[in-house]
Design a protein around this ligand. Sequence first.
Ligand SMILES: CCCCCCCC/C=C\CCCC(=O)SCCNC(=O)CCNC(=O)[C@H](O)C(C)(C)COP(=O)(O)OP(=O)(O)OC[C@H]1O[C@@H](n2cnc3c(N)ncnc32)[C@H](O)[C@@H]1OP(=O)(O)O
Ligand code: FAD
Length: 668
Amino acid sequence: MELVDHLRDERNKAQFDVEAMKVVWAGSPQELQLCDRMANLVANHPAFEKLKRPMLVRKELFKNSLRKAAYARKLVIDLGLSEEEAKWLRFYIDEPTYPDLHWGMFIPAIEGQGSEEQKEKWLPLSRNMQIIGCYAQTEMGHGSNVQGLETTATFDAQQDHFIIHSPTLTSTKWWPGGLGKVSTHAVVYARLIVNGEFHGVHGWYNYYSFSFFLYLEDHSPLPGITVGDVGLKFGNGAYNTMDNGLLRFHHVRIPRNQMLMRVSQVSREGKYMQCDDVPRQLIYGTMVSVRQTIVAMVSRTLSRAVCIATRYSALRRQHSSSSLVVPCFLMIDYQSQQSRLFPLLASAYAFKFVGEWLKWLYTDVKQRLEANDFSTLPEAHASTAGLKSLTTSATVDGIEECMKLCGGDGYLVSSGLPELFAVSVPACTYEGDNTVLMLQVARFVVKTVSEVGYKEPLGTSSYIRRLNTLLHNNCLVQTGEDWVKGDRIVEAFEARAARMAVTCTQHLAKFQDPEQGFSELSADLVEVAVAHCQLIVVSKFVEKLAQDIPGKGVKEALEVLCYVYALFLVHKHQGDFLVTGYLTPKQASLANRQLRILYSRLRPNAIALVDAFNHTDHYLSSVVGRYDGNVYPNLYQAAFNDPFNDSHVPDGYHQYIHPILNQTLAKL
Ligand SMILES: CCCCCCCC/C=C\CCCC(=O)SCCNC(=O)CCNC(=O)[C@H](O)C(C)(C)COP(=O)(O)OP(=O)(O)OC[C@H]1O[C@@H](n2cnc3c(N)ncnc32)[C@H](O)[C@@H]1OP(=O)(O)O
Ligand SMILES: Cc1cc2nc3c(=O)[nH]c(=O)nc-3n(C[C@H](O)[C@H](O)[C@H](O)COP(=O)(O)OP(=O)(O)OC[C@H]3O[C@@H](n4cnc5c(N)ncnc54)[C@H](O)[C@@H]3O)c2cc1C
C-alpha cells in the first residue's frame, strides 16, 4: 500500500538540506549514525512498546520497566554495545529506571570520589552490573540544604568500622532513584564523626560518602536497614517507572575502607586527614557531572514536544478571521501560533548547542581535576548549575505550551505530551532546585563583579572585564536589520547582564550582614543569574554560527533560529533592557518588529527543522506528531484502542445509572 505523506507540501517548502541539518543537530555524522541506529533498534523491538504505559497500575508498570531494562542489558551483551551505545539505547527506551542512576550517578560518584584502590575494586563490579547502585544524598528534611544532612558515620577505631545511623525521622534518606526496590548498593552521604569530633562542623564540607551493601542475598534488607519506595508520583506512567526510595539506618556497621577516600581519609588509628590540594567541593562533583548531562539531554526533550506541536500545527486547519465557517487557515499560519511555537523551536536548537559547549567545558574541567588543577571548578559549577536550571525550566514550560498549541488534542495522552510533561517536571527540582541553583550562579557573578580590579574574570564571565564600556555605552541599533548581527546581539545581552549584576552588587554592599542582604535580594539575584545564563546560551549560538557549517541553506536557517531565540528574549525581558537604560523604547520595538519578520522567514522551514531532529515515531509516541501527518484516522483509532472503550457498559453502569434512569435510587 502506498504511504501518503500528509506533510509533503510542507516538506517541499524547505529551503535547506535536511540531511545536512540532521548532522548539525546530532553533533557529527558519527553521532547521527549512532543515535539513528539505537533509536531504530528500540523502535523495531517489540519489547520496548510503550503506548500502554499510562494505562498500567504501578506494580505492573514497574515490572514492565524491569523487563525492558533486562532486555536492554541483554542487547548490550549480545550485540557487544559500548557504554556510549548503551547510553543511547537507554535514552530511546524512554523510561526512567534504575540504570539511569547506576550509570549516571553511582558510577560517577565512585569515579570522582573513590581512591585508586576503591575504584579498582568497585568499578568493574559496577560496570558488569554485578552490583547495582544508587546515589543517596537527599534526606526527608534536607534536600537543597546539603549542609543540613543528619545521617551520621561514627568511626569505631576498635573494630575498624564506621557506624552509620539515622538519628531522626528527618534524616531518613528520601527520594534516591533506584533505591526503593532494586539497588543492592548505595553511595550514602553522611556526617563524619571521628574520636567524638564532627569534622568541619561549621564548614560546608563535613559530609562524606560511603559505599554500602543494602541487601542480603535473598534481597531482604541487611539488619538495621529499613528501605522502601516513597510512593506514587505525579502523572500516569511517567516517573512511576522509577523506585525513588527511602532508607533508614539503625547503627549499621561497615568496614572503614568503604568510606570513599579521594577527598579525605580516616586511618586505621582513627586519624582524620584531608588530602592536600583537593578542594572539598569535589564531594559535590557528581552533581556537576549530572547537571551537565541533563543540559546535554534536555534539548531533545524540548525538540520532541516542539516536533509534535509543529507537525500538528502544519496540518490542522481552523477558520480564517474573515470567515468563521470555512476552515482554511493552517494553525501554523496564525501569527499568534508562530509567536508561541517558533521561539520554542529556536530554544531547542539553542539548548542543543549550549549543551555541546557545556560538555566540552566539563570534559576540560575533568581532565584538569585529574591533574589536580582545580582553577576552573567555580566556573564549571556556576555554568552547569545555571544552565541546568535555565534549560529545564524553559523546557518544562515549553512542553506545557506545546500541549496548549495542539488545542484539546494536546491534552489527550495519545498526543504524547502529557506524559512527557509529567516525566520532565521533576527535572526542575532534582539535581538541585532550579531557584537554589540560580542563587549559586548569582553568588558567582556577584563575587566576580566584586573582585574586578584584582582578579581577572575568565571564561563565561570575561565580559565583566569590559564593565566600563558595558555600563556606559548604550545600544547602537537604528533599524530592524541592525538587530540581526551576532556581535550586536551578544553585546546587548552582555550589557544587560553586567548592568543588572552591578546594580545588585551595589545594593548588597549596603547590608552590614552580606548573608542577610543575599537573602533579602534573592528574587533580584535570581534575575541577575537568568540574565547571565541567557547571555551564555545566546553567545554560544552565535559562536556556533561562526563555525564552518556545510549543507545548502543550513547556516542561513540556523541564523534565523539564533536571532529568533535572542530577539524573543529581548522582547520577553524588555523590562530589563529598558530599566538598565541600555535600550530605548524605540529600539525595543524595532526588535519586536524584526522578530515578526524572522517568524515569516522561519515559517517555510518549520517542518524541515523538526524533521532534522530525526525522531522516530516510536520515540515521539504521539498520534498528532506522526511523521506522515496522517493524524485524524489514527486519532480516531487511538480512542478505540483505549481499554475503556472495550464495552459500552462500563463497570458500575447497572449499579449506579440504572437506579437513576429507573427512579430506584432509594434502594441504594
Ligand atoms: C540517558 C541517561 C542520563 C542519565 C542522567 C541521570 C538523570 C538522573 C535523574 C535524576 C537524578 C536526580 C539525582 C539527585 O537529585 S541527587 C541530589 C541532588 N541534590 C542537590 O542538587 C542539592 C542542591 N544543593 C547543593 O548543591 C548545595 O547545597 C548548594 C546549593 C550548592 C549549597 O551548598 P553549600 O551551602 O554547602 O555551599 P555554599 O553555597 O556555601 O558554597 C560554598 C562554596 O562551594 C561552591 N560550590 C557549591 N557547590 C559546588 C559544586 N557542586 N561544585 C563546585 N563548587 C561548588 C560555591 O560556589 C561556594 O564557592 P565560594 O567560592 O563562593 O566559596
Ligand atoms: C524525581 C526525583 C528524583 C530524585 N532523585 C534523587 C536521587 O537519585 N538522589 C538524591 O539524593 N536525591 C534525589 N532527589 C531529591 C532532589 O535532589 C531534591 O528534591 C532536590 O534537591 C530539592 O530538595 P527538596 O525536595 O528538599 O526541596 P527544598 O529544598 O525543600 O525546596 C522547596 C522550595 O524551597 C525553595 N528553597 C529551598 N532552599 C532555598 C534557599 N536556600 N533559598 C531560596 N529558596 C530555597 C526552593 O526553591 C523550593 O521552591 C530526587 C527528587 C525527585 C523529585
